[in-house]
Write a protein that binds this ligand. Sequence first.
Ligand code: AP5
Length: 209
Amino acid sequence: MNIILLGPPGSGKGTQSTYLSSAYKLNHISTGDILRSEINEKTKLGLKAESFMNSGSLVPDNLIIEMVSKKLSLLNSVLLDGFPRTLNQAEALDNELAALNKKIDFVFYFDVPPKDLIFRLSQRISCKNCSSIFSKIDKEYICSTNCSEQKLFQREDDKPEAISKRMESYTSLTAPLIDFYDKKNIMININANKQILEVSKEIDELMHA
Ligand code: AP5
């Protein structure tokens, strides 16, 4: 099974990915996490991507498509989180999957009102070691998974200016994908503006329908 999680920044794609990848044995491909790790390791790709990410702009399609294609050819049953994000990327994904004789089974679109997104992003803290996602409103400053990391950090692109830029990029470049996947009849709208466990439950019900 291959699934895409589509939705604006802060809509909960990463949070639900943790649950879904474990519950349905899917290989989680988060382009944001891969890029952050490339930046930490100061690789060639990381050096090229860093300024785009920190300012809230999208990283150029050619870099992203090459990065994801390598993973797709090696993995079965993927959960794509943060990819595709432009029509070019969506078309490249279709071509890549067709060549591998695979297809997308579901696209879940996470619907959350803009004011809630901005609040969630301003409160987000993450673990540098295992990428687990938390919120300051849970007052949880120590990574509570099995990893040993003590400090959580706020992402550079969760600062107000970068958040605005990310929202703009989402509206102009990523939102058109809603129509793209709707026309293929594989898109399902999720009300992601409720408790985390409730969102997981809604997805579970749809997967078993
Ligand atoms: P990426 O890391 O993918 O960021 P994003 O899509 O902007 O998504 P976020 O990680 O901000 O949000 P999310 O939906 O995962 O929400 P989360 O679960 O964390 O990309 C970062 C950057 O990398 C991009 O800006 C771009 O530069 C580059 N990039 C990545 N992919 C690219 C691509 N394909 N092409 C080009 N460039 C690319 O939750 C957010 C907060 O809300 C957390 O605090 C969480 O605890 C909380 N929360 C989650 N669910 C709920 C809930 N139901 N109720 C209340 N709070 C909740």
